[in-house]
Design a protein around this ligand. Sequence first.
Ligand SMILES: [Zn+2]
Ligand SMILES: [Zn+2]
Length: 130
Amino acid sequence: MLNGSCLCGAVKYEVSAQLGEISHCHCVQCQKAHGAAFGSYAQADKRAFRFTDGEENVSCYRSSKNVTRTFCGVCGSTLQFIDGQTPYLNFALATLDDTIDEKVTVEIWCREKVSWWDHTMTIDSHDENS
Ligand SMILES: [Zn+2]
Ligand SMILES: [Zn+2]
């Protein structure tokens, strides 16, 4: 069982099955939704994902015909990317509170990548802020 939550803790969830594909999505919609270079998602069976606390705080935005994105209505953390046509959903991986052994295996929508980040770049790294 994996547990996750939003930034403010108003929403908590659990995932009870093996994770499917783990990806970085570089599409422009994920850039906007996450306010970041890309969104990191893990796939899970819809039946395996359950809100355990604060589901009333979960807000939805229909970002395209078949896709609903959910987020915490209190703090704005992105939570899910739900394609109505598949038995799977994708949840925002960095909202997990538990650590996982799996790694990201694929990057998608690379043609929409931001110009200012490339995983092959070498940049200064610090354990904390500077
Ligand atoms: Zn929240
Ligand atoms: Zn995307």
